[in-house]
Design a protein around this ligand. Structure first.
Ligand SMILES: [Ca+2]
Ligand SMILES: [Ca+2]
Length: 485
């Protein structure tokens, strides 16, 4: 179901297609936004100043100079193929040597703006005419027409001194009835112009080679003015934007596996929504623009963690995940016969205040086994299964009690780590926390809450193993003795 925004855009397309009949071939993949337009649907043989038709303008036509006679109306429209005509046209009116008229509109100075009109002038060029001039806040910024440049009276793009450069001269004489399309690119600071006998099939987004081009000129304007000598005919004046319809399309992140929500390559086209993390997967949508459709749901997987998958949620207190990986490769010498149901998760966090703490939650698709404890591998303060210089060497130790909280449903666990404290592998308050560790099931372990008890447990195991060994030896000896007997 289209949004109201899309409906507005589609209506605009329909409106412009009415204006520009025959140029709708591009309407399927582009959207036209009319900024201002005038077909000169006025009574014939009246002064143009005071007329207030069309759309998008800030006011009626006015006289631009008290020195000259004003433009007049003619009831007959100019007509070229590919441009819908309506009403009449603006024409030179006998009187002073020059005619003028002007009209204001909202300032145009961003992105790409098209200015299009039909025109037919005479063979004269010079003395500041014939021009359709652009001005901003009362200052001339550029014009189209000519002013004695180009070696002959041809349509040209003029700068703020009404001067042309060689590349800005077209080959079409001003006396030729033409459709003139100006493409003003304020971002690239460039103006291109097409002067054509008609606009059937003209593709505004992929136009043919321009008739003229003025690099380094992009006239901003909040006012258009006409200055011409006899004869002059101007009609179907339109100022508009053309934007491509973009459908949302999932990006390269879709289908990949991530230990934390992906932030890059979400959309090949369109704008990504917030990434939602559900058990086993991340999902998002790429919205289209200019009336384009949204993508379907884009999905990526949680990273493989042991026999299931896992995902690290964003940490709190201003910290962010720099990297997170799950691995089944265990470093060093983990406790004998210990099993790591999710392998090891290696976190790298940054962005938090130096020395501050953060809580980070790790989600799993299988519940944390009852009896599992969280062990870390790395450097630790003294007393964490180490003493003296050995603490500065990587070693296995139990995460301090209270720094690991398993959720009631056991599908997630929250680690709390202080920058520089136990659990931060670099042991330095430096705005970075590195945290390799994971849940461990120790052999026959049931609820081993602290390091000292874990150490006692291992010692007990060894003692039991040792005494069993001794018993076995004794039994063997007894058997050998009985055989001898
Ligand atoms: Ca007209
Ligand atoms: Ca640190």
């Amino acid at each position: 179901m289209p949004t109201s925004f899309q409906c507005v855009l589609h209506r605009l397309v329909a409106t412009v297609c009415m204006f520009l009949a025959g140029t709708c071939s591009w309407a399927a993949n582009s959207v036209v936004t009319v900024l201002a337009a005038d077909s000169f649907s006025y009574p014939g043989n009246v002064a143009l100043p005071g007329q207030n038709g069309g759309t998008g303008w800030s006011g009626a036509w006015v006289s631009d100079s008290v020195s000259f006679t004003d433009f007049y109306t003619n009831a007959a429209s100019l007509a070229v193929t590919g441009v819908a005509s309506a009403g009449g046209r603006a024409v030179y009116r006998a009187g002073s040597q020059l005619n003028d008229a002007a009209r204001t509109l909202p300032l145009q100075n961003t992105g790409v703006v098209f200015v299009q009109f039909l025109a037919q002038f005479g063979t004269q060029s010079g003395g500041g005419t014939p021009n359709i001039r652009f001005s901003s806040s009362g200052a001339l910024t550029g014009a189209v027409g000519n002013n004695g440049a180009c070696g002959s009276a041809v349509y040209a793009i003029l700068n703020n001194n009404l001067q042309a450069i060689p590349a800005s001269c077209s080959a079409v004489t001003l006396a030729t009835l033409s459709a003139v399309v100006l493409r003003i690119d304020y971002t690239a600071n460039n103006t291109r112009m097409w002067v054509l006998p008609g606009l059937s099939g003209f593709d505004y987004l992929n136009p043919p080679t321009a008739s003229a081009e003025y690099d380094g000129l992009a006239p901003a304007f909040d006012r258009l003015s006409f200055y011409t000598r006899n004869p002059a005919n101007i009609d179907e004046l339109r100022i508009f934007r053309v934007d491509a319809v973009v459908d949302g399309e999932c990006g390269g992140a879709a289908g990949q596996a991530y230990a934390f929500a992906p932030t890059a390559q979400l959309c090949t086209q369109g704008t990504p929504s917030v990434v939602v993390s559900d058990p086993g997967k991340y999902s998002w949508v790429c919205s289209g623009s200019n009336g384009g459709a949204a993508s379907g749901t884009c999905e990526a997987n949680w990273a493989v963690a042991g026999t299931g998958t896992g995902s690290v949620a964003p940490p709190d207190n201003g910290w962010a995940v720099t990297s997170a990986t799950f691995s089944n490769t265990l470093p060093g010498s983990p406790p004998a016969n210990a099993s790591f149901p999710y392998g090891l998760v290696s976190l790298s966090l940054n962005g938090g205040a130096v020395g501050s703490a953060t809580s980070i939650t790790i989600h799993y698709t299988t519940p944390v086994p009852v009896g599992a404890v969280y062990m870390k591998y790395g450097k630790s303060p003294a007393g964490f299964n180490c003493s003296g210089a050995a603490c500065a060497q990587d070693h296995w130790y139990l995460m301090p009690e209270g720094q690991v909280v398993v959720a009631p449903d056991r599908y997630s666990a929250t680690l709390t780590i202080t920058d520089g404290g136990a659990g931060d592998d670099d042991l330095i308050a430096n705005g970075a926390i590195t945290d390799p560790g994971g849940f461990v099931l120790l052999p026959a372990a049931i609820g081993i809450p602290s390091l000292s008890q874990w150490a006692l447990f291992l010692t007990a195991i060894l003692m039991v193993l040792g005494s069993t060994h001794r018993l076995l030896i004794r039994d063997a000896r007894a058997e050998r003795l009985s055989c001898i007997r």
